[in-house]
Design a protein around this ligand. Structure first.
Ligand SMILES: Cc1ncc(C[n+]2csc(CCOP(=O)(O)OP(=O)(O)O)c2C)c(N)n1
Ligand SMILES: [Mg+2]
Length: 684
């Protein structure tokens, strides 16, 4: 057994577990766990306020591994610290989140140690990064959530929320634009509860960073308004300690700790080279490296006696004490501030308050109608008053997306006024998405808005919200060529179908104001799904629900809105959003001509696909093969519903810059064209 002091022994256990796991998997990234082991160790063992027995304790410090490829670093820590598993009901289980067996099965099917865990699959993982830069940007959302929750819940003598957020980033994270957007906003907001650790190893996949990167990172961050400090040697635990102390003591800005490190530290031929980044070291190299560490050369997956106990005595004892004090304080808080305590509890469990949907507006029939975005503004402002932890904003487009909370006391979230509920993400769609993820991971209920076309700028975090199964809400307006004069750069064509292609993401494109209200009702009840509400800029007639079916059908994703006599149609007209009213007009015209049609409003393909076969058959009877779909977007995918012989009216090119009326005519979105297509389907 090695005769090393407990600090070194622990650090080297992290290193060797990581090397062994990558070697056994014959895949993975050993170099950065080897280099960053002392950094993570110093943070976890001496600073992080985290109780391994309750990894979801609300006031825990967060550690985000933004250099997510170094996931073995985190798995080693979770194992050695004895972090416990939590089930989907947020109940803490007795067993370890990551067992030694999981580590031995790194990157294998069903192991708790996949290549990149993100959030959800492995307890104790706050979030990591597959796509570089996401983690650090998400950490900004977590820090914002900490500030908002502190402003919302803390009372004199009751500091219920006051956690710090630490994120470990590599060169890749800092090169990505998203980290620069997020750092800029974090500096602006003076998020002093945020600390990024930059692994300055000057190596990426292709080789040394000077191939493509010569930023002065320190100066850049000083320019963003950050506090910047440096640790010249990643192995210097005392220096690391001092840096973390500085970060904790800094009260008016976020902190960046630049740590100079050696990727693959200790590996005789691979240290400081890109060969240590993304492939196993090799058996022989591992032996030599272990010899350098003073480790038994042939031991594999060795956890020396005393290491786990050392973590338990350090981070474990500190975390248990802090959590215990917090729990006691929460009992007193519950007695003194029962409403706030109830809210805090519900948030943590992703529950809604009683009466959350009271005052949800109902809209009377109106031929002139109102825009989807305007209806949404009314609905959002009603429910946000019932659900105090709905917070959000826009990437500088709130006056257009109509997502501002306008009721008294809603306020703006800014440096120094952290209780506001209206966020200004600035023109930073990509960072906005990651920040929304961070907010959601911290259990507030966030929404973000923008033009549908700019969803492209934030696709990666949208996709991650779906992977992580977190209920982020997007409000995307200006949803089609209906945007008009702004022209093709602003007119989404392929965006809706591409969002529909994201597994687990729910899209809803409501047809009128009442469908907007129902869409919000559906979305707010999601606990594990992100949703995109897709809304028009232009007014839509509010349908007469006494004459047509109730908008409650939205919950099923698609429903029969207007039908042929006796429910026996000869042709189906399928549409979403602004094209539903068009189909209703065509339906009326067809009825006058004696053609029996059915209009199906299909706001959400994803929700419809979840319905029973019977329901689906009742809405779209197999026997009716004459079918027309109408949607102001790419026709891709509509063949699923209209079949090989049906007709999809939609966009096959980009749009054009012109008044809406002219565009509708040019691209065939008028009742006459729908009527003609229906008749053609019937061979008339
Ligand atoms: C957005 C994105 N682009 C590319 C990759 C592929 N990739 C994974 S790690 C890596 C290099 C990262 O270098 P660095 O952050 O310095 O990590 P180190 O090798 O130093 O650990 C790249 C390009 C990725 N994961 N995400
Ligand atoms: Mg690097």
């Amino acid at each position: 057994m090695p005769t090393l002091d407990l600090d070194t022994l622990s650090v080297n256990t992290i290193r060797t577990l990581s090397m062994d796991a990558v070697q056994q998997a014959n895949s993975g990234h050993p170099g950065t766990p080897m280099a960053m082991a002392p950094v993570a160790y110093a943070l976890w063992q001496r600073h992080l306020r985290f109780d391994p027995n309750d990894p979801i304790w609300p006031n825990r410090d967060r550690f985000v591994l933004s250099a997510g490829h170094a996931s073995m670093l985190l798995y080693s820590l979770l194992h050695l610290a004895g972090v416990k598993a939590v089930n989907p009901k947020y109940e803490t289980l007795g067993q370890l989140s990551v067992t030694l067996d999981d580590i031995k099965r790194f990157r294998q099917l069903d192991s708790r140690c996949p290549g990149h865990p993100e959030y959800r699959w492995t307890s104790g993982v706050e979030t990591t990064t597959g796509p570089l830069g996401q983690g650090v940007a998400t950490s900004v959302g977590m820090a914002i959530a900490g500030k908002w929750m502190a402003a919302h819940f803390n009372r004199p003598g009751f500091e219920m929320v006051g956690f710090h957020v630490y994120a470990l980033a590599g060169d890749g994270c800092l090169m990505e634009g998203i980290s620069q957007e997020a750092a800029s906003l974090a500096g602006h907001l003076k998020l002093d509860n945020l600390c990024w650790i930059y692994d300055n190893n000057r190596i990426t996949i292709e080789g040394p960073t000077d191939l493509a990167f010569s930023d002065d990172v320190a100066t850049r961050f000083i320019g963003y308004g950050w506090n910047v400090t440096r640790v010249g040697d990643a192995n210097d635990l005392a220096m690391l300690d001092r840096a973390f102390e500085t970060a904790k003591k800094t009260t008016d800005r976020p902190t960046l700790i630049i740590v100079d490190s050696h990727i693959g530290y200790g590996s005789p031929t691979k240290q400081d080279t890109h060969a240590a980044h993304g492939e196993p070291l090799g058996e022989q190299e591992i032996k030599l490296t272990k010899r350098f560490y003073g480790w038994p050369e042939d031991a594999k997956f060795l956890v020396p006696a005393g290491v786990c106990e050392h973590f338990t005595a350090g981070m474990g004892a500190r975390g248990a004490k802090l959590r215990g004090e917090w729990m006691a304080l929460f009992e007193a808080y519950k007695a003194k501030y029962p409403e706030e305590a109830d809210a805090l509890f519900r948030m943590q469990h992703r529950q809604l308050p009683e009466g959350w949907d009271k005052g949800l507006p109902a809209f009377p029939p109106d031929a002139k109608g109102l825009a989807g975005r305007d209806a949404s503004a009314k609905v959002l402002n009603a429910v946000a008053q019932n659900i105090p932890w709905i917070i959000g904003g826009s990437a500088d487009l709130a006056p257009s997306t109509k997502t501002r909370l306008t009721f008294e006391g809603a306020g703006d979230f800014e440096a120094g006024s952290y209780g506001g509920r209206n966020f200004h993400f600035g023109i930073r769609e990509h960072a906005m998405g990651a920040i929304l993820n961070g907010l959601s991971l911290s259990k507030v209920r966030p929404y973000g808005s923008g033009f549908l076309i700019f969803s492209d700028y934030g696709r990666a975090p949208i996709r991650l919200a779906a992977i992580m199964e977190i209920p982020v809400i997007y409000v995307f307006t200006h949803d089609s060529i209906g945007v008009g004069e702004d022209g093709p750069t602003h007119q989404p064509v392929e965006q809706l179908v591409s969002l529909r292609a994201v597994p687990g993401l729910i899209t809803l494109r409501p047809a009128d104001a009442n469908e907007v209200a129902e869409a919000w009702r559906v979305i707010l009840q999601f606990r594990h799904q992100p949703a995109c509400l897709i809304l028009t800029r232009q007014a839509l007639p509010t349908l007469d629900r006494a004459r047509y079916a109730s908008a409650a059908g939205v919950a099923k994703g698609a429903y029969v809105l207007a039908d042929a006599p006796g429910g026996k149609p000869d042709v189906l007209l399928l549409a979403t959003g602004s094209e539903v009213a068009l189909c209703v007009a065509a339906h009326e015209q067809l009825a006058q001509e004696g053609v029996k049609s059915r209009v199906v409003s299909m706001p959400s393909w994803e929700l419809f696909e979840r319905q029973s076969p019977d329901y689906k058959e009742a809405v779209l009877p197999t026997s009716v093969r004459a079918r027309v779909s109408v949607e102001q977007g790419s026709t891709l995918g509509w063949e699923r519903y209209v079949g090989a012989t049906g007709r999809a009216i939609g966009m096959r090119t980009f749009g054009a810059s012109a008044p809406l009326k002219d565009l509708q005519k040019k691209f065939g979105f008028d009742p006459g064209n729908v009527v003609a297509a229906a008749k053609e389907q019937l061979g008339k």
